[in-house]
Design a protein around this ligand. Structure first.
Ligand code: FAD
Ligand code: NAP
Ligand code: SF4
Length: 678
């Protein structure tokens, strides 16, 4: 490697010579499904999305997954590349990327038993635990047909102008189903021994290479950690890597964890670069370039991996949704200006799982590049924004970027609103980054910041427009004993104003109730900041030889005994994020938290919290009761402005507008969209 000389990240920006072509740097944009891949009419939007990332300096882009044939569909009518007329629309994507000097590979993904439709086929007739459809076992001819489909789809990708393809061999999709004993029970030439199980993968790579010629990038995504029982053993993974190298792969990308794995792999509580060590372990075994993946969100993390020789490229997927300019900012030594992905999954993965177009919580323009633009204003106004929580910060910075004169008030002495509480939750340390970013944006866009100032009608008299982003007030409870000294609110607990006993009941099991419970059971440094402790808690073994990279989890003992309660019947946490709710439930379960639904609160007295559960009265012997019972909009200032007869146009955003089901995604989106229209 010849390190780049004009940047603080010399390894990250060193070109990568692949022999027949050169990547301009080591940043690979990992494959992400956006929801725009499935219909050709959405390709102009997809092209604009890719163009912005290519313009932001990424070296190589990998598209979302396209099936090589109908059987490989992830969902019915999903994007595929099996017929001649499906090639044309892709030229918009390849052209858009090439115009900005980046390269682009199409990902070929055959879902196998993860296909959400009845046409799916798999090595064996074994239903996936996350899919209601049972696959048919492919016949020997069927197996050949799938491999040929990969090869012809790759040839079509070349025709469409792609620089290469990524063959998806990990995450529990079809190829991975062939390689692992968990899902491959065949006794023919495609199953049984490790060599026969990997034959599908090797043959696919060989035929793709044959179909596309030597000067075409062929990335093979290899599952380095299956994180499921009966996954591959390490020596089998090494053998597979060597075999795909010999069969013609150009680059090996790392795959971490099947979709059905019960170990988090990309959530915010996963430490940064938690899995780089497994890519490093493969490094001495093969000669071709390796890509490190997952939770690499800042340039110093990426540079550290490359400088230590753990990998040759880094894959950033969600970080490029959050900030398309990530590579350009890093290269120029402006890491402080990066809008960092906080790994919340709320607007990207959760949307995809709900069949909605992906976007990004911290960047509502992501995948909305053709409709949400912050154009310079032609009518400059003086705007007051009250409240420097996520809604107010987004609104103030976008309005100022467009040329308005913006004053931002907050009664607190720091920006961030409730994000200052969120960042204290173990596993939510990334929330600091959003506040760092907004702090930078306020200065860059010239917003006048007035902290420690509770705005009233008199401060707001001289503006052309007022935006109230005053947030929420926590809801109080009204059962007997609600004013007992042991009853405290979550604001006081998280800000450290209230002391909490060793036995605690948390009232309310929404997002905040879960976060507060996690806060209460942890003590000391968060495991999310310590990959070794984190891997021990979740039972991930990156050094051993056990199948699937699993070892028995060793959760640290809880700091307190906690009950997490809700009145609604059913399992607490059912309304948490689609892709992260299970992680919160599993974390609390491992810490012995008792999660109860269908609880009736009878009252609090010196003995504890009296409840009725399934018709039986009982006392929870707790010394603290923490109320996390939701929120109401904070509109005191709105009322004062109305009473003062103010005629200035007033806009309500974030929690001040609607507190029910408020989250930062809505707050930032609403603030940004309002500012785009002011
Ligand atoms: P707020 O963040 O409440 O900000 C309102 C601001 O207005 C405050 O700073 C306040 O001081 C100021 N203010 C009020 N009145 C005045 C006045 N008269 N003058 C001056 N200033 C005033 N959301 C997610 O999406 N994902 C999460 O993972 C997540 N985790 C969370 C964890 C915790 C522990 C908490 C508490 C919240 C979490 N949230 C999360 C929710 C998220 O923080 C809120 O949805 C978001 O902060 C709401 O933004 P907002 O701007 O509307 O209001
Ligand atoms: P919430 O999700 O609305 O949950 C409020 C909880 O309080 C519910 O469990 C509710 O359940 C209970 N409750 C409501 N009224 C009550 C009353 N009068 N007495 C007793 N219990 C009552 O609100 P939240 O937990 O405060 O979270 C606020 C927002 O922040 C949420 O919308 C969430 O999206 C966001 N957030 C998100 C995350 C995340 O990880 N994505 C994390 C934290 C916060 P019952 O009515 O069944 O008792
Ligand atoms: Fe990252 Fe959250 Fe944005 Fe997804 S929604 S890209 S996880 S910040």
């Amino acid at each position: 490697m010849t390190p780049a000389i004009d940047t603080p990240y010399p390894h990250l920006f060193a070109p990568l010579d692949l022999g027949f072509t050169t990547l301009r740097n080591r940043v690979l944009m990992g494959s992400m499904h956006t929801g725009l891949e499935d219909r050709a009419r959405d390709f102009p939007r997809l092209a604009a999305y890719f163009a912005e990332r290519a313009g932001g300096g990424v070296g190589l882009i990998v598209t979302g997954g396209f099936a090589p044939n109908l059987a490989g569909w992830l969902t019915p009518f999903g994007g595929k590349l099996s017929w001649p007329w499906e090639t044309g629309p892709h030229r918009q994507l390849t052209r858009a990327v090439h115009e900005h000097g980046a390269k682009i590979c199409l990902q070929l993904l055959h879902a196998g038993r993860y296909g959400y439709h009845p046409l799916q086929g798999a090595p064996s007739k074994l239903k996936a635990p996350i899919n209601p459809f049972t696959p048919r076992a492919l016949s020997a001819r069927g197996v050949e047909r799938q491999i040929d489909a990969f090869a012809s789809a790759a040839a079509r990708a070349r025709e469409a102008g792609y620089d290469g393809v990524e063959v998806m061999g990990s995450e529990g999709y079809l190829i991975n189903q062939f390689t692992a004993p968990r899902t491959n029970r065949r006794g023919d030439a495609w199953g049984g021994s490790a060599e026969k199980r990997m034959r599908f993968a090797v043959e696919t790579v060989r035929r793709v290479r044959e179909a596309c010629g030597p000067d075409f990038i062929l990335i093979y995504r290899l599952s380095l950690l299956d994180l499921v029982e009966d996954g591959n053993a390490w020596d089998e993974i090494v053998a597979q890597a060597r075999a795909v190298e010999a069969a013609g792969a150009t680059i090996i990308n790392s795959g971490i964890g099947w979709h059905e794995a019960r170990v988090p792999t990309i959530a915010t509580s996963v430490p940064r670069a938690a899995f780089a060590g497994i890519t490093a372990r493969l490094k001495p075994e093969v000669a071709l370039p390796l890509v490190a993946v997952n939770r690499i969100n800042m340039p110093e993390v990426a540079e550290g991996i490359l400088a230590a020789g753990q990998a040759d490229l880094v894959s950033l997927a969600r970080p490029l949704l959050a900030d398309p300019e990530w590579p350009a900012k890093a290269r120029a030594g402006r890491a402080h200006a990066i809008n960092t992905c906080i790994a919340c999954n709320q607007a990207c993965l959760d949307h995809v799982f709900e069949n909605r177009t992906a976007s990004c919580l911290v960047n509502p323009r992501a995948v909305a590049e053709t409709e949400l633009n912050y154009l310079p204003t032609t009518a400059k106004k003086r705007i007051a924004v009250v409240g420097a929580g996520p809604a107010g910060l987004a609104c103030a910075t976008v309005a100022a970027q467009r040329g308005h004169a913006v004053v931002l008030f907050d009664a607190a002495t720091e920006i961030g609103g409730q994000f200052n509480l969120a960042k204290r939750i173990p596993g939510k340390e990334e929330f600091h980054e959003t506040l760092r970013y907004f702090g930078h944006r306020l200065a860059e866009t010239g917003v006048e910041l007035r902290l420690g100032t509770r705005a009233g009608p008199e401060q707001l008299a001289c503006f052309d427009g007022i935006v109230l982003a005053t947030g929420i007030v926590p809801r109080t409870v009204d059962f007997p004993g609600a004013s007992h000294p042991m009853v405290v609110g979550y604001l006081d607990v998280l800000s450290g104003r209230a002391r909490v006993a060793d036995r605690v009941a948390v009232i309310g099991a929404g997002g905040i109730g879960f976060d507060v419970a996690e806060f209460l059971v942890h003590e000391g440094v968060s495991p999310s900041l310590d990959p070794v402790r984190w891997r021990a808690e979740w039972g991930v073994d990156i050094e051993g030889c056990g199948r699937g990279g699993l070892t028995p989890p060793r959760p640290e003992p809880p700091a307190r005994e906690v009950w997490l309660l809700q009145r609604s019947p059913g399992r607490p946490g059912a309304r948490l994020g689609k892709t992260t709710g299970w992680i919160h439930r599993a974390t609390l379960k491992a810490k012995g938290v008792k999660m109860l639904g269908g609880v009736e609160y009878l009252g609090v007295d010196d003995a504890g919290l009296r409840i009725r559960l399934e018709g039986i009265e009982q006392v929870l012997p707790v010394g603290s009761v923490v109320v996390c019972a939701g929120q109401e909009p904070r509109r005191d200032l709105h009322a004062q402005l109305q009473a003062a007869g103010s005629t200035t146009p007033v806009h309500l955003i974030g929690g001040a507008d609607v507190a029910a089901e408020l989250d930062a995604k809505r707050a930032i989106d609403q603030g940004s969209r309002l500012a785009a229209a002011l």
